[in-house]
Design a protein. Sequence first.
Length: 315
Amino acid sequence: MKRLFLMAGIVVLPVLSGCSVFHKSPVPPSPSLTGIAAENAGLRDQVQRARHGGLPRFAPITHAEKAVNAARAQPQVEQFDSQSLAQAEQSLTQAQSDWQSFAKGDKPTNKQLAQVADEANRAQRLAEIAQYTAQREIGLSQLQNATGRTAQASPPQSHLTDAKLVGRKVVPDMLGPLEFEPGTARLTSTSHLVVARLAKLMQAHPKQGIAIFGFTDNTAPPAKRLKAFVSANPGLEKKAKTHAAQVAAYNQGLSSARARDVAQLLVQAGIDPHRIGARGFGSQHPIASNDTAAGRHKNERVEAVVVPLKQQDGG
């Protein structure tokens, strides 16, 4: 069987889960426990006592409630995936009802905890599916609209052969620059037009891949934002002990998130994720001086380079 790989040095994205800079990892159960014992211990650890009396809280239900509320708040969820949201709400209601019943009595049994956790986890999954479906449809619609608006304005690319494209930095040199809202991985509205042009170019050259590289300047974020970033990444404070090292880590994460955001939009536009690679370099490789506002603006960039897809035999 033949598989497709991007050139070495970039990260292939078979699955895209979003562009958040911060990710918290759950703490694994004690290594001395295995199998069902570890699972039961993990469930018991997620029971949280109420501060002012009343029923204790159960973490899976808390996570499910947040996911369902986020799905309810997501624009057009009712239009694109009301069924998943309705099922999520039903599972959440069942989990809440079971928990109220079990928690009123004696200490809930392992079986009861597992039952509630299963319902809550199902609610969370369904809510996230509903939210992602709406996000995907909205993003795809935006890209399609952008493609339609720029169809005549964009220069025709049909004359460009694959050989002429490989190694070419099509963003920003050929298709225009990509810009983001300050301090975020959210593209500006005008940059969606550039992503639409890039998607159109990739559709016209299906045998080529695209490498997306994110860069930032060396500016430190606001102290509050940097503190939140360090807190959200366990172990970072020990690895990056100085302020400069923490700023570098923050910029690295921001540049990676921006590259992934562009990659995700391409996938939403129908581009095979195996043709896309994304990588952030933080404040490395500046193209201008960081001592001036104009130079820092130039260094805050995303570049997209056409790369050959290499065919390789394998399982």
